[in-house]
Design a protein around this ligand. Structure first.
Ligand SMILES: C[S@@+](CC[C@H](N)C(=O)[O-])C[C@H]1O[C@@H](n2cnc3c(N)ncnc32)[C@H](O)[C@@H]1O
Length: 286
């Protein structure tokens, strides 16, 4: 069954991201941060209208997960899970603070962490697959503002280095290990580009992209959200998506709750480093 695309109000995302957080030093076993209502810019006499609006909006979009023996309501955005104390029944006026921790649910417990250090050479040393990788990455043709979904260790940046404007590049990936390897290989990206530890599912931004790619099968990892609908939503008019899936992509589309679209075969000359089916589309001007 298709899940409706979650689109959070930009004001909510901005408020959550731009708030001032402190580390909760008294709860080292659950590393997390909190923002107090009293620290919000518009707070007067202990009341911040913006904070209370944010808590009210959070409650409209939260999901429930277990926390020990009880249930906790969370809002997952851009690699962080946010929650308030007391749950949704507590009056907003009594919430007082919003907590956040680096997301650890589902896809964030990444199996890629443990192989990140050898990922670039995992099947064969990189120099043996260089030609195949050139053939695989060239058709991605990143241009303008680029979103690299499941950017991993940055192979797109390796092979399309001259085509990418780092200042307009956003790489997202839930694996801290893969992102760390990316940053090690490309300190220049670390400085100028946006590398975010988040899943595609949890990613929310006011930016609209000229190119959205998911390379070397990253598309197959997206679950519970229609990758086509979300990519369409994040494309600028005239923007192009180039999404790749592992062979047997029907399984991935089933997990997304949608019918598998027509896909193209692995680009010619690229099969040495793995086989990936390709979905390419352009967002018409609107
Ligand atoms: C096979 S690797 C491909 C990495 C990179 N695109 C490349 O060309 O080498 C798949 C990547 O997808 C990432 N991934 C897993 N689940 C994801 C999700 N839900 N959203 C975005 N990326 C995800 C993994 O952490 C991993 O880095």
């Amino acid at each position: 069954m298709t899940t409706p695309l979650r689109i959070l109000p930009e004001r909510l995302v901005e408020n959550l991201e731009c708030a001032r957080y402190r580390y909760a030093v008294t709860m080292q076993n659950i590393p997390h941060y909190y923002t107090l209502e009293s620290s919000w810019d518009d707070c007067e006499d202990g009341v911040s209208a913006e904070f209370r609006w944010t808590v009210t909006e959070m409650r409209k979009h939260e999901v429930i997960r277990s926390f020990g023996s009880r249930e906790q309501h969370y809002l997952d955005v851009n690699g962080f899970s946010y929650w308030t104390m007391g749950g949704p029944t507590l009056p907003v006026a009594e919430a007082g603070l919003i907590n956040r921790q680096y997301s650890t649910h589902g896809a964030y417990d990444s199996p890629f962490d443990s192989i990140a250090h050898r990922y670039d050479d995992s099947e064969k040393p990189w120099w043996k697959v260089q030609a195949e990788r050139e053939a695989l990455y060239a058709p991605a043709a990143p241009s303008g503002r680029v979103l690299d979904v499941g950017c991993g260790t940055g192979l797109l940046a390796d092979y399309c280095y001259r085509k990418i404007d780092r200042e307009q590049y956003v790489g997202i990936d839930p694996s801290a290990g893969m992102l760390a390897k990316f940053a090690l290989k490309h300190p220049d990206y670390k400085a100028d580009a946006t590398l975010l530890r988040t899943t595609f599912e949890d990613y929310e931004t006011p930016l609209r992209f000229d190119t959205i790619v998911a390379m070397a099968g990253s598309g197959s990892h997206v679950t519970g959200v229609d990758i086509i609908e979300k990519a369409w939503h994040l494309l600028a008019p005239g923007g192009r998506a180039y999404l790749t899936f592992y062979r047997d992509p029907a399984v991935a589309f089933e997990r997304m709750g949608i019918e598998a679209p027509m896909l193209a075969a692995t680009p010619e000359g690229a099969v040495g480093d793995g086989e990936y089916d390709v979905l390419e589309f352009t967002r018409g001007g609107d």
